[in-house]
Ligand binder design. Structure first.
Ligand code: V47
Length: 405
């Protein structure tokens, strides 16, 4: 049911969002001050309503997902970010680095319906350039048709350093090895204050933007993210969104925005709370309203929790991410969501909130809409996935990485 514009306006006025419904209806761009007012407003239902208007104008009743496989190929990392529970030094208990062969074998055994492999990991400078090319080649050798979405900007930065070549040449090599697109991630929150305090060894906003710009100009699509719920202020969140929007105006290379809710367990910030459900929903809605030039907003169910991800589909989000498999970064940090979901389960979650499931590929081309019931083949896809392969301990490193330790 649509609320009459004057009712909406009166409510917006009470919520400190004076004039915003009519400005949005006219397609006007929100200002950073508007975004701050949205973050500060406690009328979550109104935020949801406004964001849903934009979401439905762009995507109607469809809720996208894909069939994907996650491979966190190594947890070796030298960035030591306070927010991360995943990182290890190679000799630490639980440290691993997958060989290209293991990645190949894991993909051979993985869900045959998967259209994407999502590979992100820690960074360890002693891993040779060749290793990154080899893992892309291994993925494509196992599954020639699969879309390889890999490497956050932080990983790309390290790959470029290891290569000792210009960024453009590295991107050519990665593409030739099988890389198709890149995820969001690594941006954290673009505040120099927060970076100095919590992740001083990680690149700052300027380098992140420089790499994203170069990557988009090279013809790759990427996603964009914001990690929220640490010690950043609302103003810093808005500034982060402003920088993303500005870059998107320039390149158009971002496909989807994924607000990442901070999971504190087993991190250096475990005294902080996990953002509340209203806070997680507000982040989705503000993202949808402010980033008017980014086509999609993803409610990453692994990280948001299933009920909040479902509700987010009515408050600005149009995508749930995918079936996933063996995600480690969030589960190490206390996420209590399952390791994976079947297509049948995703369809059910989407239908429970009155949306129509639409399977997409990584570039958001719709492969199938499921307007009615699911055909038999989808129920077959609900079979449990095989267990993950064992991953390498520091002692049995990949051939290309054997020199490190
Ligand atoms: O950059 C790490 C975040 C990111 C924690 O593009 C944490 O489709 C919360 O980028 N609590 C990596 N967040 C994951 C990522 C991603 C995930 C899903 C989909 C896509 C996509 C990209 O995860 C990191 C960091 O910002 N992160 N630790 C934590 N404790």
């Amino acid at each position: 049911m649509e609320l009459p514009p004057e009712v909406l306006e009166r409510r917006a006025q009470r919520a400190g969002l004076d004039g915003m419904p009519s400005r949005l209806a006219r397609g006007e761009r929100l200002t950073p001050a508007d975004a701050l007012a949205l973050y500060r407003s406690d009328d979550l239902a109104l935020l949801g309503l406004l964001a849903n208007g934009v979401r439905e104008r762009l995507h109607g009743n469809l809720a996208y997902y894909n069939v994907n496989i996650h491979i966190n190929y190594t947890n070796w990392c030298n960035k030591f970010c306070d927010f991360c529970a995943f990182q290890r030094r190679p000799k630490d208990a639980g440290a691993y680095c997958m060989t290209p062969e293991q990645i190949h074998d894991e993909l051979k055994q993985a869900n045959p319906q998967a259209t994407e492999v999502h590979m992100v990991a820690g960074v360890w400078p002693a891993l040779p350039y060749q290793y990154y090319l080899d893992i892309c080649r291994a993925a494509k050798a196992a599954r020639p048709d699969i879309h390889v979405k890999a490497f956050t900007m932080v990983e790309v930065d390290q790959i470029v350093k290891s290569a000792g070549k210009p960024v453009a040449d590295v991107l050519d090599d990665l593409r030739a090895a099988g890389l198709d697109s890149m995820p969001g991630g690594g941006a954290e929150v673009f505040s120099e204050r927060v970076r100095q305090d919590l992740y001083p060894l990680k690149m700052g906003a300027a380098r992140w933007m420089e790499l994203a710009r170069a990557i988009h100009r090279h013809g790759f699509r990427t996603n964009c993210t914001m990690l929220y719920g640490m010690t950043e202020t609302l103003e810093e969140r808005v500034e982060h969104l402003r920088l993303l929007r500005e870059l998107q105006d320039e390149t158009g290379g971002f496909q989807t925005y994924i607000p990442l809710a901070f999971h504190p367990a087993n991190t250096g910030l475990d005294h902080l709370p996990y953002p509340s459900a209203p806070e997680r929903l507000r982040s989705i809605a503000v993202g949808r309203l402010f980033l008017d030039n980014v086509p999609h907003v993803k409610a990453y169910w692994i990280m948001l929790g299933i009920p909040v991800a479902q509700l987010a589909l009515g408050m600005g989000a149009d995508d749930l991410d995918g079936t996933v498999s063996q995600e480690r970064i969030y589960h190490d940090a206390g996420a209590d969501t399952p390791q994976s979901m079947t297509r049948a389960q995703l369809h059910q979650l989407i239908r429970e909130v009155g949306r129509v499931p639409a399977e997409r590929d990584t570039l958001y081309r719709v492969l199938r809409r499921f307007e009615g019931g699911d055909p038999l083949e989808d129920l077959q896809a609900a079979a449990p996935l095989p267990p993950p392969l064992r991953v390498a301990a520091p002692a049995d490193l990949p051939a290309g990485a054997r020199s490190v330790g």
